[in-house]
Design a protein around this ligand. Structure first.
Ligand code: ADP
Length: 202
């Protein structure tokens, strides 16, 4: 059960929506659990409270997770199990899984790197590109710093080719480049699309 890396390290799983990032995170975390390793999985919460929840894939598999507001809440949660990163004998989990990592905010980068430095295997899944197909927040930086990167594709809903982008539709129409990320009252959906079929309304 030796990892190919000497100590802690960062594994990043990226791709558009529906590319199987959650499935791959669940697969890796399940194997760590089978290996009797201590595992903590986090996902972003909409409100400020911690709560037990699950990471679920679109295909229906799920694992236990903790919902937290942002990266500092992950730090606080891990510190509750032992003083985080302050002494060598802290009780950090051997594996930390993070789903939808693009939503943990700007402090995610330092947290993830601290964890890897402290010997933790960090498995991070998230969107590499936003709906405009622009690099998403701190994920590109973590792609560069990771020991291992897996870039997954979905299937383009228009042509069936490998999809690398997440098409945002508002009321059935392609979103505009400058549409706000949160639109109150609008009906929005997302589809996986290839480079050819990804559209932004002008
Ligand atoms: P992600 O976390 O990347 O959004 P999930 O792991 O939640 O992806 O879901 C991946 C699953 O979604 C696939 O295994 C498949 O069953 C389903 N799926 C639905 N639409 C698509 C699509 N357009 N391309 C690929 N898989 C899709």
């Amino acid at each position: 059960l030796k990892s190919p890396y000497h100590g802690g390290h960062l594994e990043v799983i990226v791709g558009p929506m529906f590319s199987g990032k959650s499935e791959e995170l669940i697969r890796r975390v399940t194997r760590a659990v089978i290996a009797r390793q201590q595992v903590a999985v986090f996902k972003p919460a909409i409100d400020d409270r911690y709560h037990a929840t699950q990471v679920a894939s679109h295909a229906g598999r799920s694992i236990e997770a903790v919902a937290v507001r942002d990266a500092s809440a992950i730090r606080a949660h891990l510190a509750g199990q032992g003083p985080l990163l302050s002494s060598p004998e802290t009780e950090l989990p051997e594996v930390v899984g993070l789903d939808e990592a693009q939503f943990f905010g700007p402090d995610l980068g330092p947290l993830v790197l601290d964890l890897a430095e402290a010997g933790v295997r960090v498995i991070l899944a998230g969107l590499d590109l936003d709906f405009r197909a622009e690099p998403f927040g701190c994920i590109p930086d973590l792609l560069a710093r990771a020991e291992s990167v897996e870039k997954l594709t979905a299937i383009c809903t228009v042509c069936g080719a490998p999809a690398t982008r997440s098409q945002r539709l508002i009321g059935g129409q392609p979103a505009r480049f400058d549409d706000p990320v949160v639109l109150v009252g609008a009906q929005e959906t997302y589809e996986a699309r290839c480079r050819v079929h990804h559209e932004l309304r002008r």
